[in-house]
Design a protein around this ligand. Structure first.
Ligand SMILES: [Zn+2]
Length: 302
């Protein structure tokens, strides 16, 4: 594999692989997104930094499962096409926004993984401290506000969180991830969907044990020990997390519990309806039928 060193406009040395390898990585990431069902039809888009003046991106209106390296489009950081037979994705401005805000990022992946997108549709961020590996790597996964696809609203929404997060949900749309390479961004997309599936199962089972604030502090320390690069620190919030967490921090909901590593989630009480940290109200089947019975009785009375 050939290597070359490119100095970006900002003077940051970027050790990039040859353009051919980067194109091959985009094709491979597209195949994996398609094979895992993270995209349907022509959904999704992928890009990678080539150097300080150019990036390469997927073209519009192609299935990400069946791309070839020659399909890619080379553009500058204003989005102007420099080479390629096709036009770039209409979501290119979102990618450009991420590169502008994150000089450390060399690859961006956008997809619609079904479970994570379900959370994005429900307005439930993946910000609970429940899986040590997710806390250590991604920290938290907030939801960027809804923006009409292909408009300036989407980059605007992403800008709020991208400085502190390598991955986020896009309200009523999907998810976007970034990393120091295309495959790194792709694997973060896999992590988000995997985390969303596990969170969904735990919620279906009716309870979650949360990592304590103290345990989250230990995980923060592991980042240093293992050299895990993250754009911002993890901030453990002892209160049920706000829907709009501090965008300069990777805010996770982790209750204070000195001496404990795991804490039962008290917001999911078994005997009464519970209001989750994201504002959702949880009812058991018995509670729901009781409520309906009561309502019917009231209607019959009047
Ligand atoms: Zn999309």
């Amino acid at each position: 594999m050939s290597l070359r060193l490119v100095i970006s406009e900002s003077g940051i040395a970027l050790s990039t692989r040859a353009e051919e390898q980067i194109r091959a990585d985009i094709v491979e990431a597209g195949r994996r997104l398609y094979a895992r069902g993270f995209v349907a039809s022509n959904d999704g888009n992928i890009s990678a930094r080539l150097d300080g003046q150019r990036l390469v991106t997927t073209p519009k209106s192609v299935s990400k499962g069946f791309m070839t390296p020659d399909m890619m489009v080379v553009v500058d950081y204003e989005g102007k096409k420099l080479s390629g037979d096709r036009d770039p994705s209409s979501e290119l401005p979102m990618h450009l926004e991420i590169y502008r805000n994150r000089p450390d990022v060399n690859g961006v992946v956008h997809a619609h993984p079904p479970t994570a997108t379900g959370f994005a549709v429900a307005g439930i961020p993946l910000t609970r401290a429940v899986l040590a590996e997710v806390v250590t790597t991604l920290g938290s996964i907030p939801i960027a506000e809804y923006g009409t696809p292909s408009t300036a609203e989407l980059p605007e929404a992403v800008r709020k969180y991208i400085k502190a997060h390598d991955g986020m949900l896009l309200a009523n749309h999907g998810a976007v991830t970034c990393g120091n390479s295309v495959m790194s961004a792709h694997f973060k997309m896999e992590t988000i969907e995997h985390f969303a599936k596990i969170s969904l199962v735990a919620r279906l089972l009716g309870r979650e044990h949360l990592l304590s604030r103290e345990e989250v502090g230990r995980l923060q320390g592991l980042r240093g020990t293992y050299g895990i690069a993250a754009p911002a620190p993890i901030c453990a919030d002892p209160e049920p997390g706000a829907l709009t967490p501090d965008p300069s921090c990777q805010t996770v909901f982790a209750p204070e519990a000195p001496g404990e590593r795991l804490v039962p989630d008290t917001s999911v009480a078994s005997g009464s309806p519970a209001i989750g940290n994201d504002g959702e109200i949880r009812l058991t089947y018995a509670q729901l039928t009781e409520l309906i019975d009561e309502a019917v009785k009231q209607i019959v009375k009047t």
